[in-house]
Design a binder for this molecule. Structure first.
Ligand code: PHE
Length: 345
């Protein structure tokens, strides 16, 4: 009997190993372990072995082991077949393009910077950068904004809690890039062609204002510079930045440091200047500009009898948003680091 069990087991194992599909395995299971299976029949005979002498017990153990081995062989073979099937189905297309991992990109304001600057670089402008923390004199005084001017109120401008300078006044977070005008005039002799793109700070926090924002400031000083040059630069910038079909207009305005002064408007991309629900007037305001006031040139150490110039200062956020046609209900979203917003650029 011992031999018989051994033989059934080894034949069963061999046959199971050769089985190529789950049906074949199932048939073998029935053949050996089924109700009338070969091993089952031997198991049934165990009762015929006389009790005592431990023979019945020995056979019992052997049969159990054989049964377990056969069951194990079945399980293994089933797994092998399953794996083979799976491998057959996963065909790899080696010519398919790979999957790119997600890649980050620059913040919309950095993108704006990178688009604005090259346009002026082409015209021979120099990119400069001036202090974000500035003396009052550069930010106001030298720009014809004396003490008492409303912009110098601490409702408008951030003042630093440091000892004031005897001549330059208190320290402020620069409220506009125009302070760079004076610094540039003092740095080099004309001709001056400066572009200054920087952070500015004002005490405002609502849908259309953030306390920190960006401006780009242009400054051109040379002999015989006049209004037509200013207009020419704006035409060039708008046509290249916004597209050849867009128009600009200069609207008389007042700034202390330019005379005459203007606000620059661009026609609404939706109604082209006719007036619609979005723009109301047909135009969108881009920023300020004007011919440099002679006193400002003097403050910068330049002789207004010899030289003239113009300056402009526009908000980067506004300029860029107007390009993408994006109308933000709340521009503060620009600085909230919400990836759902930033990833749209
Ligand atoms: N500095 C002005 C502002 O912040 C803009 C401006 C710049 C106007 C240069 C005229 C010339 O509103």
């Amino acid at each position: 009997m011992k031999k018989q069990i051994e033989q059934i087991k080894s034949v069963a194992e061999k046959e199971i190993k050769k089985a190529q599909n789950s049906q074949a395995i199932e048939n073998l299971r029935i053949k050996y372990l089924g109700r009338k299976g070969k091993l089952t029949q031997v198991i049934k005979k165990i009762s015929q072995i006389p009790k005592g002498k431990g023979q019945r017990r020995e056979m019992g153990i052997l049969l159990n082991e054989a049964k377990k081995k056969i069951q194990l062989a079945i399980a293994k073979q089933n797994q092998i077949i399953k794996r083979k099937k799976k491998n057959k189905n996963t065909w790899i297309d080696t010519t398919a393009p790979g999957q790119l991992p997600p890649i980050g990109h620059f913040h919309p304001i950095t993108l704006a910077f990178r688009e604005i600057w090259p346009l002026f670089e082409r015209l021979g402008f120099t990119l400069v950068s001036y202090p974000e923390i500035e003396w009052e004199w550069f930010a106001f005084e030298a720009l014809n904004m004396p003490t008492g001017h409303p912009a110098r109120d601490d409702f408008e401008t951030f003042f630093l809690d440091v000892k004031p300078h005897s001549k330059l006044g208190e320290m402020v977070l620069t409220p506009h890039t125009s302070s760079g005008q004076i610094r540039e005039m003092r740095r080099i002799n004309p001709p001056v062609r400066m572009i200054n793109i920087a952070k500015c700070y004002r005490l405002n926090w609502d849908n259309t204002h953030t306390p920190m924002f960006h401006q780009f400031e242009g400054l051109v000083i040379d002999k015989n510079i006049n209004l037509t040059h200013l207009k020419g630069i704006f035409e060039y910038f708008t046509k290249n930045f916004y597209g050849p079909e867009r128009k600009i207009r200069l609207r008389p305005f007042h700034f202390q440091f330019t005379e005459p002064s203007f606000e620059v408007d661009i026609d609404c991309p939706i109604c082209h200047g006719r007036g619609c629900r979005v723009c109301k007037s047909g135009w969108h305001e881009l920023g300020g500009a004007g011919m440099i006031h002679p006193q400002v040139l003097k403050n910068g150490g330049i002789d207004p009898k010899k030289y003239s110039g113009f300056a402009f200062g526009w908000g980067v956020e506004r300029t860029y948003m107007m390009k993408s046609g994006l109308k933000l209900n709340d521009i503060r979203i620009l600085y909230e680091n919400d990836l759902r917003f930033v990833e749209q650029f």
